[in-house]
Design a binder for this molecule. Structure first.
Ligand SMILES: C[S@@+](CC[C@H](N)C(=O)[O-])C[C@H]1O[C@@H](n2cnc3c(N)ncnc32)[C@H](O)[C@@H]1O
Length: 273
């Protein structure tokens, strides 16, 4: 089993943070699509908290691909809207636990507002897969999209967090500003739980077709955003979580009726009727 698949099965739920398990699998599938297409480059995230999503990116990277994180970490006074709380020590411990080491990871412990494209490019060249989940103000969302736009390969993919989250309306404000500017390159092509995925116009059809033909994910519908077709993956999960899977298998097995009877008995004893 790949380290990435092991992390998806056992790790992702254990790390504190914000990443829907369906979306975790969706991002891993997108990364596989890129590799099959021969698309290589760095991977990275703005806003890492304890590494829940970043570890997935690190494990999805080939041995010749570098990974970077940008977070204010202990300098939380720069986290002006209090979104998450980066912790470098916990991130490093989690990397060692799930990736074996911190090799191949470069940490930029600064506000993304003062990071320059050259700071990222100097780590591992242009980027093929990036997550934006740092400050959730309109200023940060806009500035982070501009920063990442400047370092991406044409075939790159950006995952933007909380675009549709009513708790963080400024994210869509900043993103809309970016998306309406004619000299910006990335536009939406897919939606999965709590993430908006963007690619260049040139790769919109390519990635939508590859997701449909090469992955088990099935779009619930195709919609339109900012003039581009967008496939909507609701609860994109194709396989139930491990716990549910084990329970379903046990229920369907010969001991299933006994388990149900035992559950009924237990409920009676506990007075749950
Ligand atoms: C919502 S959390 C990130 C969650 C993470 N992506 C995960 O997988 O769970 C937001 C993170 O952004 C960081 N942050 C906030 N403002 C920032 C800024 N201006 N520049 C860089 N990081 C920032 C916070 O420290 C926090 O770690």
């Amino acid at each position: 089993m790949r380290q990435l698949d092991r992390y998806l099965l056992f790790g992702v739920r254990r790390i504190d943070g914000w990443l829907h398990p369906d979306t975790a699998e969706f991002i891993a599938a997108i990364s596989d699509v890129q590799h099959r297409a021969g698309h290589h480059g760095a991977v990275g995230e703005i806003g890492v908290h304890h590494g829940k999503l970043f570890i997935l990116l690190r494990l999805a990277a080939d041995s010749d691909e570098q990974a970077f994180v940008i977070d204010v970490f202990e300098n939380q006074v720069l986290n002006v809207d209090g979104s998450g709380h980066g912790d470098q020590k916990i991130l490093q411990d989690n990397l060692i636990r799930w990736c074996g080491s911190t090799a191949g990871v470069s940490i930029i412990a600064k506000s993304s507002l003062i990071v320059a494209p050259a700071d990222i490019i100097s780590i591992g060249g242009k980027v093929r897969l990036a997550s934006i989940d740092g400050g959730h103000t309109a200023e940060c969302a806009y500035s982070d999209l501009k920063l990442i736009d400047a370092v991406m390969h044409d075939y790159g993919i950006i995952a933007l967090d909380d675009y549709f989250n009513e708790d963080w309306p400024d994210v869509s404000t900043g993103a809309a500003r970016y998306l309406l500017e004619s000299d910006t390159r990335f536009r939406p092509f897919a939606v999965a739980p709590n993430k908006l995925f963007l690619a260049t116009e040139e790769f919109n059809d390519f990635y939508r077709a590859k997701l449909a033909s090469e992955t088990p994910f099935k779009a619930a519908k195709t919609s339109e955003m900012f003039g581009m077709k967008v496939d909507v993956f609701r609860g994109a999960h194709v396989a139930p979580p491990v716990g549910t899977f084990v329970l379903q298998t046990l229920r369907a097995s010969a001991i299933g009726p006994y388990l149900l009877a035992a559950k009924g008995l237990l409920n009676q004893r506990l007075g749950r009727g």
